[in-house]
Design a protein around this ligand. Structure first.
Ligand SMILES: Cc1cc2nc3c(=O)[nH]c(=O)nc-3n(C[C@H](O)[C@H](O)[C@H](O)COP(=O)(O)O)c2cc1C
Length: 208
């Protein structure tokens, strides 16, 4: 059985982002995918301090929900990140969470499927969507897509319930993601994962 971890970056447990993620969860359940929904936007999560201690410890120096949720992420076949749009970006708490989650975890995210979902009232959604997808694409995580933009619109969950196209996009996203997780699991058994090189680490044009 595939397992998907859904992260809600909103501080509102029953807000717009939650409505979008619940729509996905309905499909995941119908498809036999195990789900785990965690809200981070209402938690006290500070940003990364670039201390580098995670490289030896294999976890963040701040023992808070980041380390706890990292264990769930390690076991998951897919990760959905949902965020409300705040001033044209993902929510600040979510970004602090994601920076530390991705930076501090040494284990491979190779071929875990990622999907980003954003909720805004009026604008800033595509910039927020871009920011979230970058966590996946620099971690060898294939990105699931849908039939249109992975976004819903509204100020309350009731508004989102009226965004029929947005909800349809969420359902199709979940279906595509469920298929990808199953297909990748089959392919892993048949072919194994592709080998990755990882020794080069250049920061300046002269390689020093
Ligand atoms: C601090 C703050 C900044 C916001 N900035 C934007 C924005 O730039 N564009 C927008 O359309 N909505 C903005 N909103 C509204 C929310 O993005 C929108 O209502 C969203 O759907 C709420 O999702 P939630 O209920 O899951 O928190 C902002 C809300 C807050 C609290």
């Amino acid at each position: 059985m595939s397992r998907v971890l859904l992260i809600n970056g909103s501080p509102r447990a029953h807000g717009c982002t939650a409505a979008a993620l619940e729509e996905m969860i309905g499909v995941f359940r119908a498809e036999g995918v195990e789900t785990d929904l965690i809200q981070v936007g209402n938690k006290d999560i500070r940003g990364c301090i670039s201390c580098g201690k995670c490289s030896a410890a294999g976890k963040c120096v701040f023992d808070d929900p980041v380390n706890e949720i990292a264990q769930k992420f390690e076991k998951a076949d897919g990760l959905v990140i949902g965020s409300p749009v705040y001033y044209g970006s993902p929510n600040g708490t979510l970004l602090s969470f994601l920076d530390r989650l991705f930076y501090s975890t040494p284990w491979s995210k190779h071929f875990k499927v990622g999907a980003a979902v954003v909720s805004c009232r009026r604008g800033g959604n595509t910039a927020s969507f871009d920011a979230l997808n970058k966590y996946f694409t620099i971690s060898s995580m294939p990105v699931a897509s849908s039939t249109y933009w992975n976004q819903v619109h509204g100020f309350t969950a009731e508004d989102v319930k009226k965004d029929l196209e947005g909800l349809q996009t969420m359902r199709n996203l979940a279906r595509n993601m469920a298929f990808m997780m199953r297909a990748i699991a089959d392919a892993k058994e048949k072919y194994g994962l592709p080998e990755l090189e990882g020794s080069a680490f250049t920061s300046f044009p002269d390689g020093k």
